[in-house]
Design a protein. Structure first.
Length: 79
């Protein structure tokens, strides 16, 4: 059996988040791990780790935006 079925938003699609959104969640988690690990790096590795964390977070936000912006800008569906 899967997870318990909770309340859903009206008009929500079954099946969970789209794959690109799941990817963006993963990128945010990796970005956070890099950000936490950065202080343990020395010298230029510290800056590269922070840059990688920022880049991954930016890519994750861009993917999320590309998926949800059309949904948010679309006219409201009448029920």
């Amino acid at each position: 059996a899967g997870p318990p079925a909770g309340p859903r938003a009206p008009g929500a699609r079954p099946g969970g988040a789209p794959r690109p959104v799941v990817l963006s969640y993963g990128l945010v988690m990796v970005s956070a791990a890099l950000r936490v690990a950065a202080p343990f790096a020395e010298g230029a590795a510290y800056e590269r780790t922070l840059a990688a964390a920022g880049t991954l977070w930016s890519v994750a936000f861009a993917v999320f935006t590309v998926v949800y912006l059309p949904i948010l800008l679309a006219p409201r569906r009448s029920t």
